[in-house]
Design a protein around this ligand. Structure first.
Ligand SMILES: [Zn+2]
Length: 308
C-alpha cells in the first residue's frame, strides 16, 4: 500500500512542479513583453550590434569544450583568438557561426580573454575557466625505461588529430563506445618515479570491456585513420580515427580487430572494431580519446549534454 501511495504522491508532485514551471515561464514572457513595450514607447530600442557572441557552458571547467556562437550579419565568417591560438568558425545557419574550442587540464584556471574578429572589428569577451582537480597516479618505471618511442607513429596520429573538415557529421549526444566499466577517467595526472609529469594527462577515457567485445562509433563520421600494430603502431596498437567534422576527432586504440576501412562513412552505434590489448596496453581495454581542434577534451559533456 505504501508503494501505491508513493506513486500517487510522486505523480501529484510532478504535476504541481510542471504547472509551477509553466507559470514561471508565462510570468517571464509577460515581463519581457512589458519591457519591450516600454522601450518602444520611450523610443529607446536597444541598439543591435552587427554581431553578438555567446559562449557556453556558462561556467566552464578545465577539460570542457567551449562553444562560441556568433550572430554576424557582415557576410563573412568571424575568427576567434583564444589562449594564443586562432580558430576558424563554421557556418551553422544564416548569419550564424560557431567555433568549438578545447580546454585541457594543462590550461591555467581563471579569467581568459576571448577575441572575436569580424572584418576589421573585434570584440573581447572574458571567459572564466573554473579549476578542477583530477585524480593522480604514481607510476614507477624501472631504470633504463624512458618510454622512448619512434616518431613515425605519433606523426601519423598527430596529423589525424589536426584534421578540420568544414562539414559536421555528428548529430545529437555521443554514445559510449563500449559496454565495459570505466576504469580511468579523462584528465588523470601522473607522477613518474616521484616526479610530477607536467605535460601528462590522461587524454581520454578507458573502458575495461571484455576482450573481443564490440567497439561502436559514438557518433557519425568518416574514418580518417586506420593503423595496425604490425605496421608500426607500437604504442597505440590497432587504431581507428573517426573525423566527426568541424575539428572534432575521435581515436579508438588497443583494438583487437578493425572492421572499417579508410574513407568509410560510419553511423552512430555502428560496430567499428573489437576491444583488445594491442600496443602499449597492460590488459584488454578501449581507450577513447576525443580531440577538439587538436587538443584532447573531456568526452563526458559530449555524452551527457551534447553539442548542436
Ligand atoms: Zn587510456
Amino acid at each position: 500500500m505504501i508503494f501505491i501511495q508513493d506513486l500517487f504522491w510522486n505523480a501529484w508532485r510532478a504535476l504541481r512542479n510542471r504547472s509551477r514551471n509553466r507559470l514561471r515561464q508565462w510570468i517571464g514572457f509577460g515581463l519581457s513583453l512589458g519591457l519591450f513595450n516600454v522601450l518602444l514607447l520611450l523610443n529607446l530600442q536597444p541598439t543591435i550590434a552587427a554581431w553578438s557572441t555567446q559562449v557556453s557552458p556558462a561556467q566552464p571547467r578545465l577539460g570542457d569544450t567551449l562553444a562560441v556562437t556568433i550572430q554576424d550579419s557582415t557576410g563573412q565568417p568571424p575568427r576567434i583568438q583564444f589562449a594564443g591560438k586562432t580558430y576558424a568558425t563554421h557556418t551553422m545557419g544564416p548569419n550564424r557561426y560557431r567555433a568549438l574550442l578545447p580546454t585541457t587540464p594543462l590550461d591555467r584556471p581563471g579569467v581568459q580573454q576571448l577575441q572575436v574578429k569580424s572584418g576589421s572589428e573585434s570584440q573581447v569577451i572574458s571567459v572564466s575557466l573554473g579549476a578542477r582537480s583530477f585524480p593522480t597516479q604514481y607510476i614507477t618505471l624501472p631504470a633504463g625505461q624512458d618510454g622512448n618511442v619512434g616518431d613515425w607513429e605519433f606523426d601519423q596520429v598527430d596529423a589525424f588529430k589536426r584534421i578540420v573538415t568544414p562539414e559536421k557529421f555528428w548529430a545529437g549526444k555521443f554514445i559510449r563506445p563500449n559496454d565495459g566499466e570505466i576504469t580511468t577517467i579523462y584528465g588523470v595526472r601522473r607522477y613518474y618515479n616521484g616526479v610530477f609529469a607536467e605535460d601528462y594527462y590522461h587524454r581520454g577515457v578507458d573502458y575495461a570491456g571484455d576482450y573481443g567485445s564490440p567497439v561502436i562509433a559514438p557518433a557519425a563520421g568518416r574514418v580518417a585513420l586506420v593503423g595496425y600494430e604490425n605496421q608500426g603502431y607500437k604504442v597505440h596498437g590497432n587504431i581507428i580515427g573517426i573525423d566527426h567534422g568541424q575539428g572534432i576527432e575521435g581515436i579508438f586504440i588497443h583494438l583487437k580487430s578493425i572492421q572499417v576501412k579508410l574513407g568509410d562513412v560510419v553511423k552512430a552505434g555502428q560496430v567499428i572494431g573489437t576491444l583488445g590489448d594491442t600496443g602499449a596496453a597492460t590488459g584488454p581495454h578501449l581507450h577513447w580519446g576525443m580531440y577538439v581542434n587538436g587538443q584532447a577534451v573531456d568526452p563526458v559533456p559530449w555524452r551527457e549534454e551534447g553539442f548542436e
